[in-house]
Every structure is written in C-alpha cells, then in structure tokens.
Ligand binder design. Sequence first.
Ligand code: ZN
Ligand code: FE
Length: 256
Amino acid sequence: MPNLDIHLFACLKDNYGVLIRDAEQDVTASIDAPDAAAVTKALDDKGWRLTHIFTTHHHNDHTGGNLALKEQTGCTIVGPRAEASRIPGLDRAVGEGDEVPFGQFPVQVLETPGHTLGHISYHIPRAGVAFVGDTLFTLGCGRVFEGSYEMMWSSLKKLMRLPAKTMIYSGHEYTLANAKFAISVDPDNVALQRRVAEIDELRAKGAPTVPTQLSAELDTNPFLRAHAAGIRERLKLGGAADWKVFAELRERKNKA
Ligand code: ZN
Ligand code: FE
C-alpha cells in the first residue's frame, strides 16, 4: 500500500497550508497556496519539490501564492472550471467527477459551491483524505458568500456521504469560535461536550484541530446536524426542511 505524506502548517492570519507527497513517484502538491513564502518554507523544511497546486476557490487567501510558486517551480495549477478566470496561473480546469492523476493517488473532484459559486473539494479515496477548503470546518462551515443556503447545504451533504473514516482538511483554524457556537445550539450533545474539552486542550497547546475525522463531524458539527431533534427544537423549526434549519444556523453564526 503506497504512502501519502501530508504536512500541515499554519500561515497568514488563520489559514492552513497543506503539502501532500508521494515519495515513490516524487510528486508534491500544495493544497491551495495562501502565501508563496510560507509554502516555500514548508517545502524547504521537508526537502520536497513542488509539482502541483490544487486550488479550491478563488479567494486571495487560497490563491495569493499561485503565480510566484509557479514561476519558482514550474508546477501545474489545477482549479475550479467555474472560476477559471479568477484562478491565477490555472493550467487545468476541473469539475464534478473529474479525476486528476497524482502519483499513485488519483484525486477526485467534488463541486461544493456555496462559499463561492465554483468552490471545489478534492477527495483522495486511496489515502482516506479530503481537502475541503472553506466549505466545511472543524465544528463549523464556510460563510455562504456567493451561493444560496440551499446550495451550500447540498454541498455539505455531498461531503457527508464520503466514507466516515475520511480525514477532513479545511482551510482555516476557526475551531474555538465554532465550538462556542456549536455548544450554544446543541448544549445537550454529550459527544460535542467531550469534543469541546479536547479542542480547548489542543488550542491551549497551540496544536491544530485540523484534520478532523468526518465521523466526528457528523456527531458534533451543528451544520451537519440539521436533522437533529435537539437542534430543531432549540431553533423552533420542528417540521422545517433540513436546508432551512441549516440556513437558520448559518445566519445565527453570522451574528454570533
Ligand atoms: Zn474563502
Ligand atoms: Fe479562506
């Protein structure tokens, strides 16, 4: 079974950069490129040579390093077809169902619009990992800037259908604020209470709360729990459609 090396590092204000590498095939990808200098330093720390960038969406804190890194390394930039004109240096535009070769680890593209209209996520079934940008966060989800709540909810549902063991890498460390909000809408959830205690400990040590296992998110992330009776009761949305419960949660979080 081949091994995919993964290196996560904090950069900019609260972004995460991730490098993935198939050593046998000598390919290394940066998931998004928040900041060229930080990605270059991470590559140097590991002694890895960049061959690909996988872009999730057009925001500058995910694409700001594209051109400088491409100039330095000649890497291939893969990104969302629906935002092609806004992804600096894009070489290969991809959409739902596309598979991008990466060493021994084919990368599957999922369209997950809502945060931006063309946002995509990358799933590597063979490594059990998914890179979800600003769609899903540990105990939270991205702000719905360009799409509708219904659209974002169906993107989250798509991620919810990945294998439960999948490790989810998101683009930011927002977990303390997310945990505070999660507890406010789902206070009786024992799994969530336990998780918040773990998260407080991790953050107190300065340790990341990314990645997170999808199974843990399904049990504790309120934005994936629009069906949960306790949350519906608290929001007084007993019979509403799941996406409406999701929309109410997202609006409350915006004001929190
Ligand atoms: Zn973003
Ligand atoms: Fe972002």
